[in-house]
Design a protein around this ligand. Structure first.
Ligand code: C5P
Length: 216
């Protein structure tokens, strides 16, 4: 491996990119950053101070204060925080502040796996590997429902599906850094694929790139 190696993973909410990112980071001994948590941290700060989510200057201040080493997944994983994150994620100035931090993280040896919405297109356009992980909205909604039920919760499938479709529209429709596959991304559709199969497919892509480099 060169001094830093970057794997960029993008895709919509619930496609399985987080699990895939973790497996790849473990396997290739790379640092791991779930960039969604950085947007969630900004949204969470505004919610904590009861500030409206369209207060751009407060969101910028919160973005500057985000410490990548202190992102608390337990607090930030709440569904409402994800919704709020997608609202503050439309502001270009907020994105710029977070993207700088994410790039610094990616540049730290030995390199990193970053997952999000704009990693291959904006944050790390020079990434060694780009993956775009997707799954149908119905499959993602079914997975989310199973996840909620597995921890004893209840939820309504139609509402979850509507939520997912709304979040996709917001993430794909925004003017700055919309969610889309980079031109050179490998597409992984996990609708009919278990996460283990997705991991094996991703590993084959990474190993192929590494083997070619070693030959060159
Ligand atoms: O992936 P996660 O659900 O944690 O992301 C929350 C929200 O943060 C997304 O819906 C998206 O609007 C925003 N986000 C983004 N760019 C990223 C990561 C997340 O705009 N790289």
């Amino acid at each position: 491996m060169t001094s830093t190696f970057t794997i960029a993973i993008d895709g919509p909410a619930g496609a399985g990119k987080g699990t895939l990112a973790r497996r790849l980071a473990d396997h290739y001994r790379l640092n791991l950053l779930d960039t969604g948590l950085t947007y969630r941290a900004v949204a969470y700060a505004l919610i904590q101070y009861a500030l409206p989510l369209d207060n751009v200057s407060a969101a910028e201040t919160a973005a500057r204060q985000v410490d990548l080493a202190k992102l608390d997944r337990t607090v930030l994983s709440a569904h409402a925080v994800g919704e709020a994150a997608s609202k503050i994620a439309v502001f270009p100035t907020v994105r710029r502040i977070l993207v700088e931090k994410q790039r610094d993280f990616a540049r730290t040896p030995p390199g990193a796996v970053l997952d999000g919405r704009d990693i291959g297109t904006v944050v790390c356009p020079e990434a060694d590997i780009k993956l775009y992980v997707t799954a149908s909205a119905e499959v993602r909604a079914r997975r989310r429902l199973a996840e909620i039920e597995s921890i004893g919760g209840t939820a309504n499938f139609a509402e979850i599906l509507a939520d997912i479709v709304r979040r996709d529209e917001r993430d794909m429709g925004r003017a700055d850094s919309p969610l889309m596959p980079a031109a050179d991304a490998h597409l992984l559709d996990t609708s009919e694929m278990a996460i283990e199969a997705a991991f094996l497919a991703a590993m084959a892509i990474v190993d192929d790139v590494l083997a070619r480099r070693n030959k060159a």
